[in-house]
Design a protein around this ligand. Structure first.
Ligand code: PDD
Length: 287
């Protein structure tokens, strides 16, 4: 089966799915994106992801000549053509291609570029990983000051994640100048205190307001857990009873080591695992 990728109105065979060299995504990272989980052929929290895409577009003042309402049809078709049962869909909108210029091109002459692809991922591997948990390292948050906008300008996150991998970890927890953890390179960061309080950074301009994070906040109400939205320090993280990350590509993933310090004796914590287990029961599932 040849994979196909949607690029500006056409489903192209994988090897021919090309962007123009002067696409503003490549020249300026002048583009925003979303990643939506596909589970058993269905989409998890698609509406929330598309709402966030609209917000990102509006924050970077990108006006598209197509309606966001058409995207679910393309997503469905991409899943069908690529026979994706479990995995994810990637959606990217850039401010089109044209002569390299810092000034916005006119939306009439330079239509936005829309790319959508669907990829399979083995969910069993992730579940296995969640039983063991993952190691994270702490790393300075070197990103621009608007990580609440989901742009493709991800170099600082790429470098932080790579440093984590080189140190035998899977994610980097980014900390600001005051040594507060903001979030992961591509996930939100959580701790559970010894008093069983779930703590994560407020969804202000310093972090991306994760859709999985929102789902977990709903779950804390269902499970009668205390949820507190406030920044936490590296020291607090080292002292936490449990820790985990959330992202559409990981769901709730227990953290069992932060730098050199074990969390929950190096095992996946029960609260993190419970949240992972019931996450989909409370998510919005669409066809
Ligand atoms: N990243 N914070 C950052 C910086 C992220 O890049 C992501 C997701 C999240 C979690 O958001 P959500 O729960 O909506 O996936 C938080 C995606 C998965 C990625 O870039 O691949």
């Amino acid at each position: 089966m040849t994979r196909t990728i949607y690029v500006n109105g056409c489903y192209q065979p994988y090897n021919n799915a090309l962007l123009h060299v002067e696409d503003r995504a490549t020249l300026f990272a002048d583009a925003v994106y979303e990643v939506v989980e596909v589970k058993a052929g269905k989409l998890v929290d698609q509406d929330a992801h598309l709402e966030r895409l609209e917000r990102s577009l509006s924050e970077i003042k990108l006006v598209t000549d197509f309606s966001i309402k058409t995207i679910p049809f393309i997503i469905r078709e991409s899943i069908r053509r690529n026979r994706v049962k479990n995995g994810y869909v990637y959606i990217q909108v850039s401010r089109g291609s044209g002569q390299r210029d810092f000034i916005f091109p006119s939306a009439n002459e330079t239509p936005a570029t829309l790319i959508i692809f669907a990829r399979s991922k083995n969910p069993l591997k992730l579940d296995e990983k969640s039983k063991k948990g993952i190691k994270v390292i702490t790393h300075p948050d070197l990103r621009w000051k608007r990580p609440d906008i989901k742009t493709t300008g991800l170099l600082a996150s790429v470098l932080a994640r790579q440093t984590a991998i080189e140190q035998g970890a899977e994610e980097a927890w980014l900390y600001n100048e005051d040594k507060f953890i903001t979030e992961g390179a591509a996930s939100n960061a959580w701790i559970v205190t010894k008093q069983n309080e779930l703590i994560t950074h407020p969804a202000n301009q310093s972090i991306l307001k994760g859709i999985t994070r929102e789902g977990v906040i709903r779950l804390t109400k269902e499970l009668d857990l205390t949820y507190i939205e406030r920044p936490f320090t590296i020291e607090e993280a080292n002292d936490a009873k449990e820790a985990f990350i959330t992202a559409a590509t990981n769901l709730v993933m227990p953290v069992t080591q932060i730098d050199e310090k074990s969390v929950y004796d190096g095992k996946s914590g029960p609260i993190s695992l419970k949240l992972r287990e019931i996450f989909h029961e409370f998510a919005q599932i669409s066809y």
